[in-house]
Design a binder for this molecule. Structure first.
Ligand code: UDP
Ligand code: MG
Length: 330
C-alpha cells in the first residue's frame, strides 16, 4: 500500500542535522574539510552529525576518518565494500543519517559549507527541500558548460519530471523527503532525477560553486556521457519513440524516392544509374537501425539490471564512538 507521507513538522532546538559526505580517495581533502565544516556546525543552534561514506577509497581516507572519530563523537563512518559510485554512496549516507534534516555535501568543498546556516534557516521556515543552484561555473571550460546546458534542455524536454537546471546533490532535505526518496528502490540511481521526482515544498538558494580545493575530479568525459545517458533513459522512454519516428520518416522518404525512380524509368524512359546514392542511403538507414537497436538495448539492459534486485551497495563496516549512538553533540 502506498502510505501517505508523514505530515511536516516544525523543527525545534533538539533536532539533529545530518551531513552526508561521500568520499572516494579524498585523503588530501579530508583534513581541510573537517577544519572548515566543524566550526560551522558548532555555530548552529541545532545538534549535528556527519555521516562520512567511504566509497572504496584506496588512499587511506577511511583510516583518517577513523582517527577523527576517536576525537569526535558526532562523526560516523560508513565504509562500503568497494567503489560503488557517488550515487550509491549518497544513498548509503541517507540510509544511515539519523537527522531530522539531511544535507548532502561533497568532500572537496566545492559545495560551500558556509551556506549550511542559511539552508537550515530555510528548512526551519517550512521548506522540505532546499535546493542549491549554481550561479556560476567557475573554472569550467566553455565546452563543459555548453554540454551541460544542452543536456538539461534535452532532459527536461523528454521527461515529465522537471529536473532543475544547475543543481547537483548539494541540498537539504527534511526527514520526510529523505524517507520518500529512500522508498524509490531502483538500482539505476540518477539522483538528480530521483530528488526531483519526490517533489515537496522546495526553495532555491543560489551560490557560486568553488574550485576543488585539492585532489582531482573523479569525472571524465566518458563518465559524464554515461551519466547523461543514464539520466535520459532513467526518466523517460521518449528516445524509444524517437527511434520509431525517425524510422518511419526514413522509410517514407525511401519509399517515395523508390516510387519516383520507377516513375522516372517507366514514364520518362530515364533509367537511373548511380550506386553512390544507394551506398549513401544504405549506410544512412543502417546507421539509424543500429542507433535504434542501441536505444532499445539501453532500456532492455536497465530492465535486466533492475530485475536482479541486487542491493545498491554493501557496507563493510560502520564506525562510530559509543556516545554517538546516544546522539551526542559536537
Ligand atoms: N565520489 C564518490 N564516489 C565516486 C566518485 C566520487 O563518493 O565514485 C565523491 C567524491 O569523493 C566527492 C564527491 O563524490 O566527495 C564529488 O566527486 P567529484 O568532486 O569527483 O565530482 P565533481 O565535483 O567533479 O562533480
Ligand atoms: Mg568536485
Amino acid at each position: 500500500m502506498n502510505k501517505p507521507l508523514k505530515t511536516s513538522r516544525v523543527p525545534n532546538k533538539s533536532d539533529l542535522l545530518s551531513l552526508v559526505v561521500p568520499v572516494f580517495n579524498e585523503r588530501s581533502m579530508l583534513p581541510i574539510f573537517f577544519e572548515h565544516v566543524l566550526p560551522i556546525l558548532a555555530s548552529l543552534d541545532i545538534r549535528s552529525e556527519i555521516v562520512v561514506v567511504d566509497d572504496g577509497s584506496e588512499d587511506g581516507s577511511a583510516e583518517f576518518v577513523k582517527t577523527v572519530i576517536e576525537k569526535r563523537s558526532s562523526i560516523r563512518l560508513v565504509k562500503l565494500s568497494r567503489n560503488f559510485g557517488k550515487e550509491a554512496a549518497v544513498t548509503a549516507g541517507l540510509e544511515h543519517a539519523r537527522g531530522e534534516a539531511v544535507i548532502v555535501l561533497d568532500a572537496d568543498l566545492q559545495d560551500p559549507p558556509e551556506y549550511i546556516p542559511e539552508m537550515v534557516r530555510s528548512w526551519k521556515s517550512g521548506f522540505d527541500v532546499v535546493l542549491m543552484q549554481r550561479r556560476s561555473r567557475v573554472g569550467e571550460s566553455f565546452f563543459k558548460r555548453w554540454s551541460a546546458h544542452l543536456f538539461y534542455r534535452l532532459l527536461n524536454r523528454t521527461s515529465r519530471t522537471e529536473i532543475p537546471v544547475d543543481t547537483g546533490d548539494f541540498r537539504l532535505m527534511s526527514r520526510r523527503a529523505v524517507d520518500a526518496l529512500l522508498r524509490l528502490g531502483e538500482r539505476n540511481r540518477y539522483m538528480k532525477g530521483l530528488f526531483a521526482w519526490v517533489g515537496m515544498p522546495t526553495t532555491i538558494i543560489e551560490y557560486d560553486r568553488a574550485l576543488r580545493a585539492a585532489g582531482e575530479s573523479k569525472w571524465d568525459y566518458p563518465g559524464l556521457v554515461g551519466l547523461a545517458l543514464e539520466g535520459l533513459t532513467s526518466f523517460s522512454v521518449s528516445p524509444l519513440r524517437w527511434a520509431t519516428l525517425v524510422g518511419l520518416l526514413a522509410a517514407s522518404v525511401g519509399g517515395l524516392f523508390g516510387f519516383w525512380i520507377v516513375v522516372k524509368a517507366i514514364m520518362l524512359g530515364d533509367p537511373t544509374d548511380g550506386y553512390p546514392s544507394l551506398i549513401a542511403l544504405i549506410s544512412f538507414l543502417g546507421g539509424i537501425q543500429l542507433v535504434s537497436v542501441g536505444i532499445v538495448g539501453e532500456y532492455v539492459g536497465k530492465t535486466y539490471i533492475e530485475s536482479k534486485q541486487r542491493p545498491l551497495y554493501l557496507t563493510e563496516e560502520v564506525v562510530e564512538t559509543r556516545e554517538a549512538s546516544s546522539r551526542d553533540q559536537i
